[in-house]
Design a binder for this molecule. Structure first.
Ligand code: AMP
Length: 288
């Protein structure tokens, strides 16, 4: 398996590929969540390219771009083991050459939730993913439901800009105790790691309420707030119960609702979500 950095090498490798091409965009420091995307791509595509790029334009100046964990050698070994063909790890200079000035921006659905808390985040995400799509020209692109708004925003971009590819959305991979895998979990100390279980616990509470017939989102939200009240080490930034594609808040659930949240545990900002009205075996399948 090759690791390449330049656009020229990527284009040459892409030209030599016959059959379908799957792309798995990542920021590296891969864990089992990322690898589940790679394995799904390997099972569905003849060629799989994994991009590893910590994208500066999606971090605000106060966020963790500089300290974001990086380990390309380990990433490459994991990607190889999962059966992909190629790691593309461009430099900042390759992606954003000097005097760079072109951005892709999806409008309404980037103004809420993560976008409201991180106003420049999605412009960076859509720009870098559009660039990855243009460079790789994949038949299928693989993303995790972990970043639910990212899924909604990128699906909109693909439709609006006529990208000729299929978006494949993969379920959230969790630790045995429910914590959603994230590269940022490495920031948590032992006691924060324990406190972080409050996110998945509150999502399970929401699912239980929904499954027992509750449809008023105010009531579901209240039951989640009770879970957080018992875990003072966690500070909720937002809890949203919204339509999964428009991301508009809803009062009464007719079919499905995306329950999503951002929570600080110590200095670490964690996100998690579930879709009510859709099976979520990784959340429903254990007790805690
Ligand atoms: P990142 O490196 O954080 O940008 O993530 C790269 C891709 O992996 C994104 O599509 C994420 O949604 C996905 N991903 C991250 N964590 C998980 C997880 N725990 N389960 C499933 N997919 C994930």
């Amino acid at each position: 398996m090759d690791i390449i950095n330049t656009l020229e090498d990527l284009r040459a490798a892409r030209k030599n590929m016959t059959g379908s091409v799957g792309l798995v965009p990542t920021m590296g420091f891969l864990h089992a969540g990322h690898i589940s995307l790679v394995k799904r791509a390997v099972s569905e595509c003849e060629n799989v390219i994994v991009s590893v790029f910590v994208n500066p334009t999606q971090f605000s100046p106060t966020e963790d771009f500089a300290s974001y964990p990086r380990d390309l050698e380990r990433d490459a070994a994991l990607v190889q083991e999962a059966g992909a063909n190629l790691v593309w790890a461009p430099t900042d200079q390759v992606m954003y050459p000097s005097e760079y000035q072109t951005y892709v921006s999806v409008e309404e659905i980037t103004k809420v939730l993560e976008g409201a808390m991180r106003p420049t985040h999605f412009r960076g995400v859509t720009t870098v993913v559009a660039k990855l799509f243009n460079a790789v020209r994949p038949d299928k692109a693989y993303f995790g439901q972990k970043d639910a708004q990212q899924v909604a925003v990128l699906s909109r971009m693909v439709r609006d800009l006529n990208f000729d590819l299929e978006m494949v959305i993969c379920p959230i991979v969790r630790e045995k105790d429910g914590l959603a895998l994230s590269s940022r979990n490495t920031y948590l100390d032992k006691s924060e790691r324990q406190s972080a279980l409050v996110l998945s616990r509150s999502l399970r509470k929401a699912r239980t309420a929904f499954l027992s017939g509750e449809r008023e989102t105010e009531k579901i939200r209240k039951s989640m707030e009770e879970v957080f009240a018992a875990e003072p080490a966690a500070r909720v930034q937002y809890i949203s119960i919204a339509d999964p594609s428009s991301l508009k808040e809803i009062e009464r659930i007719e079919s499905q609702a995306l329950v999503s949240m951002a929570v600080y545990v110590g200095k670490t900002r964690l996100i998690d979500n579930t879709i009510l009205g859709m099976a979520d075996p990784n959340l429903d399948g254990f007790d805690h």
